[in-house]
Write a protein that binds this ligand. Sequence first.
Ligand code: ATP
Length: 237
Amino acid sequence: MSSVAVRLEGVKVRFETVVLAFDCTVRAGEIVGVAGASGSGKSTLFNVIAGFEAPDRGAVRIFGEEMAGRPPSERPVSVVFQENNLFAHLDVATNVGLGISPSLRLRSADLKRVDEALERVGLVGFGRRLPPTLSGGERQRVALARAVVRHRPLLLLDEPFAALDPGMRAEMRELLADLHREEGNTILMITHHPEDLRQLSDSVLFLDQGHILVHDPLDRFLERRDTAAINRFLGNA
Ligand SMILES: Nc1ncnc2c1ncn2[C@@H]1O[C@H](COP(=O)(O)OP(=O)(O)OP(=O)(O)O)[C@@H](O)[C@H]1O
């Protein structure tokens, strides 16, 4: 497999009032924190990689393959959104099963994979529960299980811990680190919390006003004092 997970070259996305421009290279196997002020372009970056947004220009390559014209379901990508998008009327096991087959045609081997995924996120015995009966942290674990069960090599996490209290955030970070160790996948994770970066990420993509301002190894990023937007994010005086 290519040692580069994601390469964006000359990518431009034009909305009515703004143009966003992305160039970056993400190495396979890294956890990359994606940060930047509200409206800086983080979700659009994810939408371009996952295939929900077609760029007006430029090339999106994932593991060396050009993605133009490929729908989201045919990309080697799983996405976990901030609102975990679980179906409230379907039980936990069924929600996870949707990660394998959107039409829920699940064979017995698939049901075993669902059970294994629930076990890996610490939700043994939760299969028959409905999402509204779960805590916020448990619901995010279900969303993570639904992504994990797909075994796609690129995982995009859009503020996966946003609704969680600090204790839960720490627990979820540990879970994510364990899953990453087991899967050896590449993870891009949007976060507004410097602590998430410190604890998890190998490098940081920092966006500002629709473009990638820096892509630094974690240590270099944390030492930066040269940019107002990054100082604000890191809480530097
Ligand atoms: N469908 C759209 N139509 C028009 N403008 C859009 C659309 N999607 C995003 N934008 C604009 O593109 C810019 C980047 O938005 P984006 O949602 O990617 O930012 P973000 O960094 O994810 O923000 P947040 O942290 O608030 O989620 C914003 O100015 C936004 O208004």
